[in-house]
Each structure stands twice: as C-alpha cells, then as structure tokens.
Design a protein around this ligand. Structure first.
Ligand SMILES: C[S@@+](CC[C@H](N)C(=O)[O-])C[C@H]1O[C@@H](n2cnc3c(N)ncnc32)[C@H](O)[C@@H]1O
Length: 320
C-alpha cells in the first residue's frame, strides 16, 4: 500500500427484517430480553460517550490510563505490518490514543451503527492520512468478511471497554473463537476487561446520579420505535441496574411501571405492571477466569496490565 492511506467502506449490515425478527423473538421469551446492540442509534452512541465521562463510570478512565502507561510495551509486542480490527468501534476514541504509539498498516473499525461508523472512520482518516482506514458495517456476533487489502497483514483484534462482558460466558467463548478464526494462528487480540470488585462501586457505575445511564437504557425503546414503527412509551418504563452475585454480572432492565401493550412491526406485546425487560449484562472477570475463557477459545496470554486498585485489566492475547 502507498504512503497515502486509502479509505474504503464494506457494507455487511444485517437487513431490517433481521432486526424485527430478533427483537420480537426476544420480547416473546420469558423474561423478555433485548440484545444490547440495539442501544446504538445516533442518540445512544452520544449517550454512551457521556457515560464514559461520568465520575461513577471508572471503566473508561481506568482503561485509558492503562493505555497511557503500557502502549510502548504493547506496540513492541505487536510488531510491524499490523491490521487492527476494532470490534464495536463507536466513536473511535480509544483507537486515537493507540495510534499515538502503535502504527498499524490498516485500521478496520467494525460496527453495526453504519452512519456513526462512517462519520467517525472518515474523521479518523482525515486526522491520520497515512493510515489505511477500512470500515466494515457488520454484526460482530456473526462471522464477517475482512477487506481483501489486509490479507497479508498480521491481524490484531481490539475489543476495549469491557464490551466482552455483554456476552454471557458461553457467548464470550463463541465470540473469541470467531475472533480467533478471523485473526488466525499468530494473530493477536487486545481486550479490556472489567474485574469483580465491591458491589457498591459496581452498582454506582451503572446508576449515575445524573441519570445518563438511565437515559441510555431507555433510549433503546425510542430506537426501536424509530426503526420498527413501534409505539413504546419510554416514560412508562424505569431504569434498573443491579449486581447478580451468582452470575458475577451487572444486569440492566427496563421495568414496566404500568400494565401496558406495545405494537411492534405489526405484533402486540403485553407487559404486566412491574415486569422487567432485560436489556444488558456486564459480566465481570477476575484474571484467572478470563484467561481460562481465552484459553478455551485458542488464545494464550502474551501480557496483561492492571491498575493499582485491581479494577480493570488489559490483556494482550496471542492466537495459537
Ligand atoms: C460501548 S460502544 C464502544 C465504543 C468503543 N469501542 C469504546 O470502547 O470506546 C459499543 C459499540 O459497539 C457497537 N456494537 C454493539 N453491538 C454490536 C454488534 N453486535 N455488532 C457490531 N457492533 C456492535 C455499537 O454500535 C457501539 O458503537
């Protein structure tokens, strides 16, 4: 590739019918469930960016500080001719920090939210003109195609923000197996994982005083209204987030404040008063638990970095 980086967009976005099918299937199970991927329309992405700035939300600050301290080390491990693939790139904030030290040949941001993905990928390409920026709109829970231009590069998956905690442990293993198949033997993965800690610290992080996390949680209903011509009334639901000690995870719900019926894509879904719609899991892993999970998906540990409070760990994994 030339010293002037290229920009090319690959569209593997799931069809609208797939969204309707998956959402209705989740609302017909007991308890009712929605996938966290539907949080992210433009408003959801903006609210998530606000969450990362909140006093209570220690995750982003702690992970960013780990990057500051350990990026030189990480860059040395990665070597040259690297293609960095970010799973759920969002506003591409963290990659900007990495790019101050790690100089990949290509950056492949993967996200389901296509307009947000393209806007951020274009802005990044403008700021890093030598970098090949090759965004892919896809659902990263499914296998997806990489741009042909990166075929000969060493692939490194990048999954920050403890987003891996949104899967249950079986789902996390399946996801890591998919990443393994994408990066191939000799490829690597840099993943940020939130750790188990005091329940009050965890619960405060998802119940901020300003109500930004509540607005983020409720916005999933507005997103579904807009995409699927549904008639959720978000003001009839309340945000709930609590730690489940058996599962080792924060669980978020939207509690129906009244008995109500909602029309979605031509079907009617009923809620009883007090019923909780499950919207997100955030599993927390101690290092031995996470490394066992990574090992079961074919990854060994190259390095790991934690903060002094042992709140968060960055793992650099190598695919066997
Ligand atoms: C919490 S943001 C993380 C942004 C960024 N990686 C960070 O840590 O700052 C999650 C992003 O993942 C995307 N996302 C969530 N589920 C996804 C899925 N199944 N497939 C593709 N993108 C997904 C969302 O659209 C959103 O932009």
């Amino acid at each position: 590739m030339s010293s002037k980086g290229s920009y090319a967009f690959l569209d593997n976005k799931p069809a609208q019918q797939e969204m309707a099918r998956e959402i209705l299937a989740g609302l017909k199970t007991q308890p009712k469930t929605l996938s966290p991927k539907y949080f992210y329309d433009a408003q959801g992405s903006a609210l998530f960016d606000q969450i990362t700035e909140l006093d209570e939300y220690y995750l982003t600050r702690t992970e960013m500080a780990l990057f500051d301290t350990h990026l030189v080390d990480i860059a040395q491990h990665l070597g040259g001719n690297v293609c960095l693939i970010e799973y759920g790139s969002g506003s591409s904030v963290k990659i900007r920090k990495l790019l101050q030290t790690v100089t990949p040949a290509a950056y492949v941001p993967v996200d389901i939210s296509d307009e947000h993905l393209q806007a951020n990928a274009r802005a990044l390409h403008k700021d890093f003109p030598a970098l090949n920026v090759l965004p892919v709109c896809a659902d990263f829970t499914q296998r997806f195609e990489l741009p042909a231009a990166v075929a000969d590069m060493t692939k490194v998956g990048f999954f920050p923000g403890s987003s891996i905690g949104n899967f249950d442990p079986q789902g996390a293993q399946r996801f890591l197996e998919n990443v393994h198949a994408t990066v191939g033997p000799g490829g690597a993965m840099l993943v940020g994982v939130d750790r188990k800690k005091s329940v009050s610290v965890l619960e405060q992080a998802y119940n901020d005083k300003q109500g930004v996390t509540a607005a983020f949680n409720l916005n999933v209903l507005t997103h579904i209204n807009n995409e699927l011509d549904a008639d959720f009334e978000p003001q009839q639901f309340s945000h709930v987030a609590r730690y489940n000690p058996q599962l080792g995870c924060i669980q978020m719900f939207l509690r129906s404040d009244v008995k109500q019926r909602v029309e979605i894509a031509g079907e009617t879904i009923s809620f009883v008063e007090g019923e909780e719609l499950h919207t997100e899991n955030s599993y927390k892993y101690d290092p031995d638990e996470f490394l066992a999970l990574a090992d079961s998906a074919g990854f060994g540990s190259l390095a790991q970095f934690s903060d002094s409070r042992a709140y968060f760990t960055l793992y650099l994994l190598q695919a066997r």
